[in-house]
Ligand binder design. Structure first.
Ligand SMILES: CC(C)(COP(=O)(O)OP(=O)(O)OC[C@H]1O[C@@H](n2cnc3c(N)ncnc32)[C@H](O)[C@@H]1OP(=O)(O)O)[C@@H](O)C(=O)NCCC(=O)NCCS
Length: 213
């Protein structure tokens, strides 16, 4: 029978290490990691790489899954892995670090992880498959679309709207009440002061379009 305390991590890189620490803090039992064939038999922070994506199906009845590959410029791989998990009947965990604060008036979609010391304030809504990274702050009434990565120390102020698959770099800031369209990339340390309505990579203060996507 599937035990909702058991999880299997999909992806064994750097982000996986951060999620291991968070999952331990939240009381999960990690059964193992699925990764590329060349890593099967190795371990990450003491947890074994037990198989590849092909082995997902073996764990469907035993555990929940969490996608632990990172996302900088493109959410494609994370989206594909979520689809694969669901196509074999797998269920996703939603993990909140013991040190994070999620308001009881906020919501978090399945497959999302809120890492250490992050804050999700009242009436904020986080979509599915998101990474709300260490020390990120999602303020009141903000809406984060599916498969976004809000990086370490990023600040999404009140009433902001972030489209699907957006990457918000470390310590970037969205001033209150603005929106960013789907699939944009905001460089570390940028300040987004106006609505972003063209898909691209933006950087600086104010954040300006550097590369069209
Ligand atoms: C946005 C980013 C992905 C772009 O990477 P890239 O495609 O390799 O692009 P480049 O480094 O060649 O930079 C492209 C342009 O954007 C500018 N730029 C990139 N990052 C910038 C930043 N943080 N602040 C200001 N300008 C920046 C570069 O100066 C360059 O402009 P130019 O062509 O006028 O010289 C990368 O710079 C970045 O910010 N990564 C995020 C790191 C991070 O937050 N990690 C968190 C993990 S939790």
């Amino acid at each position: 029978m599937r035990d909702p305390n058991n999880i299997v991590l999909v992806g064994g890189g750097g982000h996986c290490k951060s999620v291991i620490d968070v999952a331990e803090s939240a009381g999960y039992t990690i059964l193992g990691i699925l990764d590329m064939p060349e890593y099967v038999g190795s371990s990450v922070l003491g947890y074994p790489v037990v198989g590849t994506d092909e082995d997902l199906v073996k764990y469907v009845d035993k555990a929940l899954f969490i996608v632990t590959v990172g996302h900088i410029k493109d959410a494609y791989l994370r989206i594909r892995l979520h689809e694969h998990i669901q196509s074999v009947g797998g269920r996703l965990a939603t993990i909140v670090a013991s040190t994070a604060h999620v308001s009881r008036y906020a919501s978090i979609g399945e497959g999302s992880v809120v890492l250490h010391n992050a804050m999700v304030n009242a009436n904020a809504h986080i979509g599915k498959g998101c990474i709300i990274n260490t020390f990120a702050n999602i303020e009141h009434d903000a809406v984060i679309g599916d498969f976004c990565h809000i990086s370490t120390g990023a600040m999404v102020n009140g009433n902001c709207t972030v489209g699907q698959g957006v990457f918000l770099g470390s310590q970037s800031v969205m001033v209150n009440g603005i929106g960013i369209m789907d699939s944009c990339v905001i460089a570390a340390g940028s300040v987004v002061r106006k609505n972003i309505v063209k898909k691209g990579i933006y950087s600086g203060n104010p954040a300006l379009l550097k590369i069209k996507l």
